[in-house]
Write a new protein. Structure first.
Lengths: 109, 116
């Protein structure tokens, strides 16, 4: 079973700043199988990034993803007020079929 | 694309509950579906998957033997039958369309509370 560890647990930044969120896998992961989700309070998760670096439909270009092997990064270039949320990385596997990281909470400073 | 869950409720330990998920806005029968849950204040946990066409099913170890996923393409619906419920099953349960290797459309969730 692949374990995903996200860091930091909480990130405190101000609007306009750059956010860098990390996701480390316990073993090498294909970029094709790595995704990111955003979840705002009281809402369902929303797919942000697929195949590690491809934005999902409707996701603004201030969001970008990168990485390979065990280390992946979600970057938000200039934070907007609506970007403050919890972010999860996810990998597609065999057992279990989908594994999520524990999440990074991006909070407003 | 719209995904709507229902059926969440308060149930006693050892009890059963059946969740439903209705989807619209796309060709339902062509897609696989998943259930994902989120315990209060916690992260996301994948629960179960059902494929399109032949209805192949997969389960998380934590629910294997207790939960059963099914689908009715005529009603654009996916179901999760949950038996032998425990406190650890308390969570918001989300139905999510399978995008191949991602979960590309999610419902708003339905709350299941297991408590005496």
């Amino acid at each position: 079973e692949i374990v995903l560890t996200q860091s930091p647990g909480t990130l405190s930044l101000s609007p306009g700043e750059r956010a860098t969120l990390s996701c480390r896998a316990s073993q090498s992961v294909s970029t094709s199988y790595l995704a990111w989700y955003q979840q705002k309070p009281g809402q369902a998760p929303r797919l942000l990034m697929l195949r590690a670096s491809n934005r999902a439909t409707g996701i603004p270009d201030r969001f970008s993803g990168s990485g390979s092997g065990r280390d992946f990064t979600l970057t938000i270039s200039r934070l907007e007020p609506e970007d403050f949320a919890v972010y999860y990385c996810q990998v597609f596997g065999s057992s279990p079929l989908y594994t999520f990281g524990q999440g990074t909470k991006l909070e407003m400073k | 694309v719209q995904v709507v869950e229902s059926g969440g409720n308060l149930v006693e330990p050892g009890g059963s509950l059946r969740l439903s998920c209705v989807a619209s806005g796309f060709t339902f029968s062509s897609y696989s579906f998943n259930w994902v849950r989120q315990a209060p204040g916690k992260g996301l946990e994948w629960v179960s998957y059902i494929s399109s066409r032949v209805s192949i099913q997969y389960y998380a170890d934590s629910v294997k033997g207790r939960f059963t996923i099914s689908r009715d393409d005529a009603k654009n619906s996916v179901f999760l039958q949950m038996d032998s419920l425990t406190d650890d099953d308390t969570a918001v349960y989300y139905c999510a369309r399978d995008g191949g290797v991602t979960l590309d459309s999610w419902g708003q969730g339905t709350l299941v509370t297991v408590s005496s």
